[in-house]
Design a protein around this ligand. Sequence first.
Ligand code: URA
Length: 206
Amino acid sequence: MPLTIVDHPLAQHYLTLLRDRSTQVEPFRRAARRLAYLLVAEATSDLTLAPVDIETPLESTVGSRLAKPVVAVAVFRAGLGLLDAAVDLVPDALIGYAGVQRNEETAEPMEYYTKFPPMEHARVLILEPMLATGGSLAWAVGKVKSHGARDVTAVCVVAAPAGVERMAAEHPDVRIVTAALDRDLDHNFYIRPGLGDMGDRLFGTA
Ligand code: URA
């Protein structure tokens, strides 16, 4: 299972703002969106292109356009923090939503809502910022695959070794793009050092 850590200096700069406990809601959202541009750029860096004839103001030439549609699937809640950047970069992307709540005792996913566009022929980007145990991401990938997805990349902000191992075991075909591979999980299944609860920090809840 391919794992890509985006170590671009800007990505690490924005990740550090997200990790910093003193970063308040509004700058946190801005940093998440800016980091998402870099992560989505990497997650789409291997998309194939099709040639297209165009006219510049001076002559005819051959340009390129994406040969494949893109679907972005936001895993509730925290994935919403990456969605604006994904749609800004790929404006005609279709959007899916995957509502899952984690059971605080087992950290296993409990589904409450899904809505997906057609995705058989698309690059599907699953926006799941915190890859902790891997339960939610493995569940979301299973859902999109049962909806026809065949080309899936996960876009994460921080990943833990346990989540990466679970994905390698259950979905070895899925590429993971993340800004960091952190040390481990604590007894509450939070990523350490991590950045806390991404949804709470994005939305100001606690
Ligand atoms: N979800 C979060 O928001 N943070 C973690 O550390 C783990 C899961």
